[in-house]
Design a protein around this ligand. Structure first.
Ligand code: CMC
Length: 428
């Protein structure tokens, strides 16, 4: 293969350097295109556009492969812990025991929030969506950590990273507590990251929360599965906001807002709401799939489809196994799980889904697990955020370390009115 591709248009011919990938698609470097041709590229939704070179996460959507720093997701989900994976993503290598112990200690030391943050959280109305509260909380966290805001000082960046990871379980749990009007708990140093998170969410001053090791294990896995996913909508948002030298806190808060949408992280809430509605209305799965296929209905099968995965989403495969184990553990039947399984089967055998390569994604089964654990549906996306934070931090830091880094500033193809004269009010 040559190292250049030739671009030709009218009388202009341009050599585009081919950027080699270590795995996956190579890229054409088009950075000279505008200056040499006077024209730009158009790629709605960035379907064909690589925004950066990255060493963090590799996805092969046709083969259903996901790797963090080269390690297959299946191995990490089975053998690793969330904080170990967070360290791997941010620093590039699996930590030694000593390094991991220090990392855990540093994170645990940063779980307690400034007392005034609790006052802030008390101001949100009952029933506020936890993602709204969480994004506000992350922005506010920056104002309480003003010595960690210099994005060009590696020590401050490191401190902000630890502060964000440490504070996240407390911020997320307080977002939940404030929405249900329950008193906030304090984190405890003798508990692990996930244990603390569960206790902060479900413990009350009246009675302590009994930590179930099966639930802790499930969350370790779920958070690992969500920890990074290369240049998706929220991660690209984090990198874009960071490219203006906005603080890490501002960038992560923007990531939360991008993740909240139902086409992205908000799909886990949407899936459960879809299943509950189908149950309430007594709609059978075949009828629902027929509705989804009718474009005029405006209905999508939530938890299905992915921009990159065109075979299967490896995260969904792992989560489905956990959902089955956890939800059947009590020996009782679970009608929502049964509905999800039936819906999946109907869709996977339907020509509409087969021809478009639409498979269950990470969000199809997570909501069922979260619901069984007692979380309300509008809290599910905050759980996704908790898992995704180390990936955002790793991507933000990678962007800042890139010597070719520039502020993200896409161009456009203007198709509006050409110049015209102002029309006075009485002439319109
Ligand atoms: N239900 C019905 N039709 C679908 C669905 C779906 N869930 N997903 C895609 N399609 C159709 C779409 O209408 C289009 O049909 P046509 O070719 O006839 O116009 C075709 O499949 C290709 O879809 P697309 O919208 O061009 O694909 P995309 O890459 O732009 O969108 C997606 C990807 C995830 C936004 C989309 O599949 C979707 O909206 N899924 C439902 C929401 C969801 O589950 N989101 C979670 C994604 S995984 C978690 C995360 O990382 O965010």
């Amino acid at each position: 293969m040559t190292d250049n591709a030739t671009f030709k248009h009218e009388d202009v011919e341009l050599q585009l350097p081919v950027v080699k990938a270590s795995n996956g698609n190579d890229g054409y470097n088009i950075s000279q295109l505008l200056s040499k041709t006077g024209n730009v590229t158009l790629d709605p939704g960035f379907v064909n556009t690589a925004s950066c070179e990255s060493t963090i996460t590799f996805i092969d959507g046709n083969e259903g492969i996901l790797r963090y720093r080269g390690y297959p997701i299946e191995q990490l989900a089975e053998k690793s812990t969330f904080l170990e994976v967070a360290h791997l993503l941010i620093h590039g290598e699996l930590p030694t025991q000593d390094v991991l112990d220090t990392f855990k200690y540093d994170v645990s030391n940063r779980m307690m929030l400034d007392e005034r943050m609790r006052e802030l959280y008390r101001c949100f109305p009952r029933g506020a969506h936890p993602m709204q509260v969480l994004s506000a909380g992350l922005s506010a966290l920056g104002s309480f950590n003003r010595r960690t805001l210099d994005v060009h000082d590696p020590e401050q960046v490191n401190e902000a990273s630890l502060r964000l990871i440490g504070s996240m379980p407390t911020l997320a749990a307080y977002a939940y507590k404030s929405s249900v009007g329950e008193p906030f708990q304090y984190p405890q140093k003798n508990l692990s990251y996930v244990e603390n998170y569960l206790r902060l969410s479900f413990g009350t001053p009246q009675e302590d929360y009994e930590i179930d090791p099966a639930v802790v294990n499930a969350f370790e896995t779920l958070f690992i599965l969500h920890a990074d996913h290369e240049q998706n909508c929220s991660t690209s948002t984090v990198r874009m906001v960071g490219s203006s030298d906005a603080t890490m806190y501002a960038s992560m808060s923007a990531g939360v807002n991008a993740l909240s949408g139902p086409l992205h992280g908000g799909a886990n809430q949407a899936v459960l709401e879809m299943l509950v509605k189908l149950r309430e209305e007594g709609v059978d799965m075949k009828t629902y799939v027929a509705q989804v296929k009718d474009k005029k209905s405006g209905v999508k099968l939530m938890g299905f489809g992915h921009r990159v995965y065109k075979n299967h989403d490896p995260r969904a495969t792992i989560i489905k196994g956990h959902a089955d184990k956890l939800l059947r553990a009590s020996g009782k039947s679970n009608d929502l799980l049964d509905m999800a399984l039936e819906l999946e089967e109907v869709a996977l055998n339907d020509e509409y889904f087969i021809s478009r390569k639409l498979y269950p994604n990470v969000d199809f089964y997570t909501g069922l697990i979260y619901e069984a654990m007692g979380f309300p549906a509008n809290y599910f996306t905050a759980l996704f955020t908790l898992g995704r934070l180390p990936g955002w931090i790793a991507q933000w830091r990678e962007d800042h370390a890139d010597p070719t880094r520039k502020i993200s500033r896409p161009r456009q193809i203007y198709v509006g009115e050409t110049e015209r004269d102002y029309v006075p009010m009485d002439k319109r």
